[in-house]
Unconditional design. Structure first.
Length: 182
């Protein structure tokens, strides 16, 4: 199987597909057709079955700007947002369960969490079944171990890390300028 790199650029109502290895150019009406059109062009040009051709898109230009990097950033942020949503759900479930276990009324737990009392009941019922992730366990116990703010570092391909942030101490120069402003 042979892989070809292709570059895609928007021109008017078409996506122009450049295949540099073959000095070839084809087009597609929609972005979801780009791979198929490129594979068909390559297969016909080099006289091989289409099943023997794969393509990698090396760039997508719109108005002269390559948008693949921005797409990758959006995809990465979506993954991180999903991780944070999952973490919030775990912490909410654990918090609701802990409050309920401490005999706090469901309606008060509801008020604290900003969810309906029916949702609190669901969370409490779900808590014993679900095991919190390692990150959720760290965050659940972090306030007792740390007096400062915590930051969650999210990096592509790595497990999230919790880091304690030390408060910035005011210098004497900052204190003097604040005193002069008063």
């Amino acid at each position: 199987m042979t892989n070809y790199e292709v570059a895609v650029a928007r021109e008017g109502r078409w996506w122009m597909i450049e295949i540099p290895e073959l000095d070839g150019l084809t087009q597609a009406r929609r972005l979801d057709e780009v791979e198929k059109m490129a594979r068909e062009y390559i297969a016909v040009t080099v006289d091989v079955p289409i099943s023997q051709v794969t393509v990698s898109i090396s760039g997508v230009k719109v108005a002269g700007q390559d948008v693949l990097e921005t797409k990758a950033l959006v995809d990465d942020l979506r993954r991180h947002a999903k991780q944070l949503d999952d973490l919030v759900a775990e912490l909410t479930r654990e918090f609701a369960s802990a409050l309920s276990g401490a005999s706090v009324p469901v309606r008060d737990v509801s008020k604290m969490l900003g969810v309906s009392h029916q949702r609190v009941s669901q969370l409490v019922q779900a808590a014993p079944k679900a095991q919190p992730s390692a990150l959720a366990k760290v965050l659940l116990t972090a306030r007792t171990a740390h007096r400062n703010d915590l930051v969650v570092h999210l990096k592509a391909g790595q497990a999230p890390q919790v880091v304690e942030v030390q408060p910035v101490k005011k210098t004497t120069a900052a204190k003097k300028s604040k005193a002069k402003a008063s």
